[in-house]
Design a protein around this ligand. Structure first.
Ligand SMILES: Cc1cc2nc3c(=O)[nH]c(=O)nc-3n(C[C@H](O)[C@H](O)[C@H](O)COP(=O)(O)OP(=O)(O)OC[C@H]3O[C@@H](n4cnc5c(N)ncnc54)[C@H](O)[C@@H]3O)c2cc1C
Length: 572
């Protein structure tokens, strides 16, 4: 066959670049929130995650989706999920990078023997003398989590839950003592075996039932007392969970109705004594996105579980885990935004239309600069929130963790889908196609709504902010947070002056979203003033706070320093 035409004006894909070194917004956020942090390990991670090889694993793990084997060929129940080998490579890489638990564990990689099949190149040895960021393990881990999300977000579901479980699990000291070394080990060990025979373990959580997810008080799963042993009061659980992501985890925290009320339980897949617990995986969810992650429906058939925390206090107990996964929703969306922006910039720098590269067309410059602003503001707020968890004995940081968790989860995740749609449109028709490197954009678009829905959907986050305002001395804490930017921009000054009164007067439920949005914008602006170049801060305040903006991306005022914003955001 003869060639009918020559292919030209199609961009080279964005591969083999360093996700960390090229992310100035993230690096400046780290300098501000964790100035002592040594970033050599993050840079090595960024290089690995930007490689063509890892991008191929991400594509394969999403194309060859998990398969449920409920029974073996002889009809015996096995309740196993089978994954493509690339899924395991990604899980191994995330575990080796410590994204599942480093802040809670030993600063030294691999405290336990290395797991089988751990051949990922991700974790490079640190140069001599380069310690992990003293006092900033959550910030460092947050940056790594953001970078990994750029490569592949769905495998991070069990990674995030494993990271998140420790504060809640500590309430059962015996279980925590047994499981903690493996929860923080850098060995990925996917085998279905007794925890003590494994080099590393993962954990998930189960709250949502068919009749209610936000309102978990409606849970019907029953917990019947069954004696006591070295792990404390033991119960038998009968019922179901309608969403149970990552059912191949080694154990879960779940809610069930005990005699004293809704309680939090630890439920392992393999029981001490080596028998399988009665957790039946009914089916896997057929989802819009998040394809590499096995989300399932399960039933408990008199499954064995142990109480965590006080009986009847299950909701606050499991929400200690939920708080950390909400942080990850904000981080994950910020990572997805950054990747979508990078792909859009890469495309527009190479694609020509009407006689010049798209990136030189004035209106496209407005779209790209506007997206860059949103991405940088999301990064700044997410990393700042992570800092609050590094200093949880400080009263101001405690207040910020409580206030900014629902604020960041609400606002950043709300912006995500809109952002992905606009970044996709920068690629024209290629953006909508699943195939090849540009297909990452379609994957990002399908992933975006999820971070807004799970771990507490938008309204639930806004209502949680109202609850937070009732408890902490919120107005003073917020004023303290905004104080360093006082006088920097008239629009920020106006908002900062109005917020404490709105906070003190307590917004009604009807106003909760508006308040969450305004707190987010004010804190983002104050952070950008302290950590980003003046052009970024000015453009953010003029548009988001000053009203010089439309209702779609690409509506910044004409006097914005577009060159500065676009050059700063370029991924190469
Ligand atoms: C892919 C995926 C994986 C998941 N994995 C897990 C998992 O591993 N474990 C787990 O426990 N759950 C999981 N979930 C469930 C998820 O957390 C819930 O779907 C979510 O919390 C919402 O609960 P719901 O679906 O019951 O919706 P509902 O509670 O019915 O809420 C529906 C809507 O009503 C709004 N709403 C609720 N109450 C109010 C109110 N008082 N005022 C105003 N608006 C309100 C909500 O914001 C939401 O927009 C997963 C979900 C998905 C999509």
């Amino acid at each position: 066959m003869q060639a009918t035409h020559e292919v030209f004006n199609q961009p080279e894909p964005l591969v083999d670049y360093n996700l960390f070194d090229t992310n100035h917004g993230l690096r400046d956020a780290l300098k501000f929130n964790a100035p002592q942090l040594a970033t050599a390990e993050l840079s090595a991670l960024g290089a690995s995650l930007g490689s063509a090889e890892m991008q191929t694993h991400a594509r394969l793990a999403n194309t060859h989706t998990p398969q449920l084997h409920s029974h073996d060929r002889f009809g015996r129940r096995v309740d196993q999920v089978e994954f493509h080998p690339s899924y395991h490579v990604l899980m191994d890489a995330a575990t080796r990078a410590g994204l599942h638990g480093t802040p809670w564990g030993s600063p030294h990689p691999n405290p336990l023997p290395k797991g089988e099949g751990t051949n990922s190149p991700v974790l490079l040895p640190l140069p001599p003398g380069e310690g992990r960021g003293e006092g900033s393990p959550h910030v460092e881990r947050a940056a790594g989590f953001m970078l990994f999300t750029e490569l592949e977000p769905s495998i991070l579901c069990p990674i995030s839950m494993t990271y998140a479980v420790t504060p809640a699990l500590r309430s059962n000291a015996a279980i925590h003592a047994d499981w903690a070394p493996r929860l923080t080990s850098r060995a990925y060990d996917p085998a279905l075996k007794l925890f003590s025979e494994k080099t590393g373990v993962t954990m998930g959580m189960g709250m949502t039932e068919k009749q209610g997810g936000s309102d978990v008080r409606a849970n019907t799963t029953q917990a019947v007392p069954d004696g006591s042993d070295a792990w404390g009061p033991r119960f038998r659980l009968t019922g179901h969970k309608w969403f149970f992501s990552a059912p191949m985890c080694d154990a879960f925290l779940v809610l069930a109705q005990a005699p004293a009320g809704l309680s939090c339980f630890f439920i392992p897949r393999v029981l001490p004594g080596n028998s399988l617990n009665a957790i039946r995986i009914q089916r896997l969810k057929d989802k819009l996105g998040n394809k590499a992650n096995a989300s399932s429906e399960v039933e408990f058939d008199s499954a064995t579980a142990w109480l965590v925390g006080e009986e009847g206090r299950g909701v606050p107990q499991i929400l200690e885990m939920g708080t950390m996964t909400r942080l990850d929703c904000a981080l994950g969306t910020s990572g997805l935004m950054r990747q979508a922006l990078s792909i859009a910039l890469n495309h527009c720098a190479q694609r020509e239309a009407f006689g010049r590269p798209l990136i030189d067309q004035p209106l496209m410059r407005n779209v790209l600069a506007d997206l860059a602003l949103e991405s940088e503001a999301a990064t700044a707020l997410s990393i700042r929130l992570a800092r609050a968890f590094d200093h949880n004995t400080d009263a101001h940081e405690q207040a910020m963790a409580r206030l900014l968790t629902p604020v960041a989860k609400f606002w950043i995740c709300k912006r995500g889908s809109h952002f992905a749609q606009e970044a996709m449109e920068c690629l024209g028709g290629n953006g909508y196609v699943e195939e090849g490197g540009e297909g990452i954009m379609a994957r990002i678009y399908r992933e975006m709504p999820l971070n807004s829905i799970w771990e507490g959907a938008g309204n639930i986050m806004a209502l949680d902010l109202l609850r937070a305002l009732r408890k902490a001395d919120a107005a003073a804490a917020l004023a303290q947070e905004l104080a360093p930017a006082k006088g920097a921009h008239p629009a920020l000054d106006r908002l900062a002056a109005a917020l404490p009164t709105r906070v003190e007067e307590m917004a009604t439920e009807m106003e909760a979203r508006r308040l969450a949005q305004d707190v987010a914008l004010a804190v983002q602006a104050a952070l950008l003033y302290q950590s980003a170049p003046a052009a970024v801060f000015e453009a953010f305040c003029d548009s988001r706070l000053g009203g010089d903006w439309g209702q779609a991306f690409g509506t910044l005022g004409a006097d914005v320093d577009f060159d500065a914003l676009i050059t700063r955001a370029m991924p190469r």
